[in-house]
Design a protein around this ligand. Structure first.
Ligand SMILES: [Zn+2]
Length: 306
């Protein structure tokens, strides 16, 4: 069996400004992810004939125009997952009650604003703990897809946070416990600690390659260019499940008004059509290798059956 799921985390522009310590974005670009990127995702999905799973931050949907975009996505058969209520980067450090409100409150928002109850959860900044995953399970989610067992990403994040501290700026990001680096890289049922296999909630880790566990996510693939992305794809071809995570911003660029992010996110320099071309190459290669494209919520059942 070869299945691939493409998911898109809809972190709105203000989350990027916040994580880089840039304050609030101007109004004209504040909703570029929902106003521009989601439509581009839907076009991409139609043209390549792939289903998508959008992980959305529920408080962003209180803006009617943003909720309307996701209603279109639902109408086209795509899945909506929960990316929590407010995308608090330090969610796992908040009191249990607050964590529960971020998980359950998001589900209430999705039901009220979209009429759906997401089956999947993805934590802000990929950071989970046993406590948060227990709250996710208690809330009735079928799966979590947050664990990112990637030493290269971990090192890069640690370095960025250290550099920001040196420049006297405060990032809201926090580092995962290093044990996440030894978590399984294929889907598993969570044990205790959550980085081991057990009989709990399904975990669908963010994809890393075989061997050095390089990140196999949209932003990294786009930065690698067509040739690099092709080479990285060869290091996942053959895996029974490929869980490819993208972000809404992978469909945007500086030309869409995001110049302020240029010094912080190198991928913003790359034009949206060029980014899309890299993603299309990856989908084509995986399809040629026999992968069937599914929504993330189809993965747990397929994993259980395999
Ligand atoms: Zn996010």
């Amino acid at each position: 069996m070869r299945l691939c799921a493409l998911s898109v985390d809809l972190d709105e522009v203000h989350h990027y400004f916040r994580i880089h310590g840039l304050g609030e974005p101007e109004a004209r670009i504040a909703h570029a992810v929902y106003d521009v990127a989601v439509e581009r995702c839907l076009e991409f999905a139609r043209e390549l004939d792939v289903p998508l799973t959008f992980f959305a931050v529920s408080s962003d949907l209180k803006r009617a125009a943003s909720a309307a975009k996701l209603r279109s996505a639902l109408g086209e058969g795509h899945e909506i997952g929960s990316h929590s209520k407010d995308h608090l980067y330090d969610l796992v450090r908040r009191p249990r009650e607050e964590q529960r409100e971020q998980v359950q409150g998001a589900l209430r928002d999705f039901e009220a604003l979209l009429g759906v109850r997401p089956r999947g959860f993805r934590a802000p900044g990929y950071t989970v703990t046993d406590e948060l995953l227990e709250i996710v399970r208690e809330a009735g989610h079928d799966y979590d897809s947050s664990v990112f067992p990637c030493p290269a990403y971990y090192a890069a994040k640690a370095a960025t946070m250290a550099a920001m501290r040196l420049r006297g700026r405060q990032s809201q990001a926090i580092l995962d416990h290093p044990s996440v680096l030894s978590a399984p890289r294929r889907p598993y049922r969570i044990g205790r600690p959550y980085t081991r296999t057990g009989d709990g909630l399904w975990e669908l880790p963010i994809q890393v390659t075989r061997g050095p566990r390089l990140p196999y996510i949209g932003t990294g693939l786009i930065l690698a260019g067509k040739l690099g992305a092709r080479a990285l794809t060869e290091l996942v071809v053959g895996e029974p499940f490929v869980n490819l995570e993208l972000h809404g911003i992978d469909f945007l660029s500086a030309e869409d008004g995001l110049e302020a992010l240029l010094g912080y996110q190198p991928d913003v320099r790359i034009r949206a059509p060029d980014k899309r071309a890299v993603l299309a190459v990856i989908v084509g290669r995986l399809r040629n290798a026999g992968y069937r494209f599914v929504r993330v919520d189809e993965m747990p059942r397929a994993c259980a059956a395999s």
